[in-house]
Design a protein around this ligand. Structure first.
Ligand code: GAL
Length: 670
């Protein structure tokens, strides 16, 4: 991988630096404060296009020259961004054909960023020119550590429905299918007689009177990912003409649904991610852990970069909660524990202007006499002490299946229940595993599953034949598989697998589903051990939501049955011993405390997954190389036994146990 790691030593610490919003005397204070906090990397120039190319073809690099020189003189490296996510105001006026058009046909306005069509030839030409000018000028600058292409591809302009996009989509379809007959077969266009006579007849899936062909929708999602990847490649290749430094772009895993990051991962030299806490959640740090595990998995297990997170509140949620004392530190160190070799923030200095002036920063509006600033300085010291973790790997015995195509397809219109949401089940199973102190990887269903004792597929609605066979072989060879309802239903074209549900997974699970019985909004169903219960069904009191269905055993045996509801007396949870492994099926929505935690614990035991016992389920415990991270999310101290080694943050010698203060973090090098 060219040029990774990006810094000569230690972890990268810093954030987005937008000095162009400030007079130059502030810049001098900035670098002084960066040194005080231990900042060694800042992202510069992200939204500078209109400043460095004020008129088409006219460049003014004087300010950026001074900024990069100043950073270099202070020993701070630059992650130099291409400014292409925010085209200049002249561009929009000069090239109206590049404007973004939404599904309803509205041409979206300027006065904002991301307002362009990714398939626009004018955008392609203009962005290539500015990137070439930037790369030619700064390739040899000593401040440069890496290139940061664009900003969050697909966040605000994932899909464009303008004429240029429609044309590019048709070209993409020609390429994929060769002839229109193959497209008709894939999309099942005999339905409603929607057979296309030529590629010219295909329109992007704009708002239609009623349900759209789902094959059309899926392919438009795939095409749009490719359109953005093409933009990235164009810039990366332009940079490569001048520079060998690592090139990346900041992903938004998992909060940018339209981008398939399994596809993106191969394009970057180092995976970089932005993550913001969803402060409406009861335990937002569990979603953070999931995001970090998924990012590491997208990175193929290699160290990755946390490119943005926040010191405190963001500005774009309905209620922007400030982080409580200790929360920023726990958040940052959880990302590091789960494989990040950097801790970067949006943003260095809080902005006074525009849409983001209420967003937190490393230097808040309140200045340095503030808790945030003191925490930022302390965090810099912590990260300095953690230098030795750089490059170390996290290993997992459990994998969770995550497929963006399944995410998209599951959430198209007209599914059996509006409560079927991709992340709903993934997060429920992830939470149960997190509370059991199990670190997980995420996998595409076609990945090599042999490293894992247990694979969990909570939301695999769409699964092709080959990945389904992959899961089957995995179980036969001794793996253990845990599948939740409404999985294995359709293939890669969103066409139902023939025969009873769950078509693609019927054999491996040893069950056949006759009919779905979705529940009403607040309805629940009780589970009980079946009449001929074995030892694993000893747990009572499980309650399901959302879903019930008529499961027929076809090789599996019942572990739980429904005690009431539409499927009373029929199997609810099953287990199929197959080859050297086992495959479990859960046909309702259990939650951590209503049976899922107990079920998951039983399956973990059956699969022989090792994990600590007897710890509170508010303690986050992750091992990265020889560093053991203990992050206490509760208001009371926790003592963890079996910990011997040196405290990396506190210098303490731990001989047999470690006490983690309330809200605190202990890292022990074992
Ligand atoms: C990110 C973006 C940043 C900033 C931040 C605010 O999505 O990359 O530029 O807008 O959000 O939270």
């Amino acid at each position: 991988m060219p040029g990774y790691p990006v810094l000569p030593e230690g972890l990268a610490y810093g954030g987005d630096y937008n000095p162009e919003q400030w007079p130059e005397e502030v810049w001098r204070e900035d670098v002084r404060l960066m040194r005080e906090a231990g900042v060694n990397l800042v992202t510069v120039g992200v939204f500078n296009w209109g400043l460095i190319e004020p008129r088409e073809g006219e460049y003014d690099f004087s300010r950026l020259d001074r900024i990069l020189d100043l950073l270099h003189s202070a020993g701070v490296y630059a992650d130099l961004a291409t400014p292409t996510s925010s085209p200049p105001t002249w561009f929009r006026r000069r090239y109206p054909g590049s404007r973004l058009v939404d599904r309803e046909g509205h041409v979206l306005g300027g006065g904002s960023r991301h307002s362009f069509c990714p398939s626009s030839p004018d955008y392609a030409a203009a962005s290539e020119r500015i990137v070439a000018a930037l790369a030619a000028r700064y390739a040899g600058h000593p401040a440069l550590a890496m290139w940061h292409v664009h900003n969050e591809y697909g966040w605000a302009n994932a899909h464009c429905y303008c004429p240029a996009s429609a044309e590019a989509f048709r070209a993409w379809l020609r390429d994929r299918y060769g002839d229109v007959g193959a497209l008709n077969a894939a999309w099942g266009t005999t339905f409603w007689g929607l057979t296309y006579g030529s590629f010219e007849e295909v329109e992007p899936p704009v708002t239609a009177p009623v349900g759209l062909l789902t094959g059309l929708q899926l392919d438009f999602m795939r095409f749009s990912v490719d359109a953005h990847i093409a933009c990235f490649r164009r810039e990366r290749e332009t940079i490569r003409r001048f520079s060998d430094l690592p090139v990346t772009t900041n992903f938004m895993i998992p909060n940018c649904k339209p981008m398939d990051y399994w596809r993106w991962a191969a394009e970057v030299d180092v995976v970089a991610n932005d993550h913001y806490l969803d402060s409406a959640r009861a335990d937002p740090h569990i979603e953070l852990a999931m995001a970090a595990d998924l990012t590491r998995s997208v990175a193929g297990g290699r160290p990755w970069m946390l490119m943005e997170h926040s010191t405190g509140a963001v500005n774009w949620q309905p209620r922007n909660l400030a982080k409580r004392p200790g929360e920023m530190r726990r958040n940052t160190l959880a990302h590091v524990a789960r494989g990040s070799d950097s801790a970067m923030f949006f943003q260095w200095r809080a902005s006074r202007y525009g849409a983001e002036k209420f967003h937190s920063a490393m230097v808040p509006h309140a200045g340095t006499d503030s808790r945030i600033w003191r925490d930022v300085v302390a965090l810099g010291a912590d990260l300095g002490r953690l230098a030795g973790v750089r490059g170390a790997r996290v290993t997992a015995e459990v994998a969770v299946v995550w497929d963006w195509e399944s995410y998209w397809a599951l959430e198209f219109e007209w599914r059996p229940s509006a409560d079927l949401r991709f992340r709903e089940r993934i997060e429920a199973y992830y939470e149960a595993l997190w509370r059991e102190h199990v670190t997980v990887d995420f996998v595409h269903p076609s990945a090599d599953l042999s490293p894992y004792r247990l694979v969990v597929a909570p939301s695999s609605y769409l699964i092709g034949e080959a990945p389904a066979k992959n899961l089957h072989r995995y179980v036969e060879a001794g793996g253990h598989l845990l599948v939740s309802y409404f999985s294995g239903i359709v293939d890669e074209n969103d066409t139902i697998h023939p025969g009873p549900y769950p078509g693609a997974l019927r054999e491996v699970l040893g069950v056949a589903v006759e009919e779905f019985h979705p529940l009403r909004g607040h309805e629940t169903v009780a589970l009980r051990p079946p009449k001929s219960s074995g030892p694993e069904s000893s747990k009572h009191g499980a309650t399901g939501r959302i879903w019930s269905e008529r499961v027929r055993l076809a090789g599996a045996r019942a572990v739980h049955e429904f005690a009431d509801g539409p499927d009373a007396g029929h199997p609810a949870v099953t287990r199929h011993d197959l080859g050297a492994g086992s495959a479990w099926y859960v046909s309702t929505a259990l939650d951590a405390e209503s049976g899922l935690r107990a079920l998951v614990a039983g399956v973990l035991d059956h699969a022989g997954v090792s994990r600590p016992r007897g710890l509170p389920d508010t303690l986050e415990l992750v091992r990265r190389g020889d560093h053991l991270f203990l992050i206490n999310h509760a208001d009371a101290p926790v003592t963890v036994d079996g910990v011997t080694g040196t405290g990396v943050l506190d210098g303490a010698a731990y001989g047999g146990s470690a006490t983690v203060p309330a809200g605190g973090v202990v890292v022990v090098r074992t």
